[in-house]
Design a protein around this ligand. Structure first.
Ligand code: COA
Length: 134
């Protein structure tokens, strides 16, 4: 999947936050710690450093959501990375993503108050989730 395709899926999927540009994806993919996992209309980007994995982003095109692609991507990256534990951050209002992560064994470990900016000066908390992989 090219940086342009990643950026297109990301901007179609993330309606509540700033889409990442093709250049940003290109820069991330050049980093040897970044790993890309794809399915036909979605992807997950994971960074692994010193035994710790972080899910940087996961997105499935809205046309393909709700058909298991997100779950497939989660299983793929969680079984592929060489890490002792994994972390991710999710907006407290993002019920679909929170459900997906909980089903895959992640549990809340911290909360960052008013972390994500939203329209009209609003903000929502970020929930930090963790799972032990080994
Ligand atoms: C989160 C995302 C990747 C999930 O992808 P997907 O292909 O729709 O995921 P799946 O079809 O594998 O599974 C979605 C699960 O969430 C559930 N779900 C969907 N909408 C939901 C909602 N509003 N509340 C609770 N659960 C919801 C589905 O029922 C399904 O659960 P199940 O497997 O137990 O039935 C996708 O919704 C997306 O790209 N969202 C926009 C980007 C985003 O928010 N990324 C995460 C940022 S932290």
């Amino acid at each position: 999947m090219t940086p342009n395709e990643l950026s297109e899926i990301h901007s179609a999927a993330f309606t509540m936050s700033r889409p990442w540009s093709a250049q940003e994806f290109e820069d991330l993919l050049r980093n040897k710690h970044t790993h890309l996992f794809t399915c036909p209309q979605g992807f997950a980007l994971v960074q692994v450093i010193a035994g710790e994995a972080e899910l940087l982003t996961i997105a499935v095109h809205p046309d393909a959501q709700g058909k298991g692609a997100g779950g497939t991507l989660m299983s793929k990256w969680m079984s592929s990375v060489d890490a002792d534990e994994a972390f991710l951050e999710v907006a407290s209002e993002n019920d679909a993503a929170k459900h997906l992560y909980t089903v895959h064994g992640f549990a809340e470990v911290a909360r960052r108050s008013a972390y994500y900016a939203r329209d009209l000066g609003d903000s929502v908390d970020a929930i930090v989730m963790r799972i032990a992989l080994k």
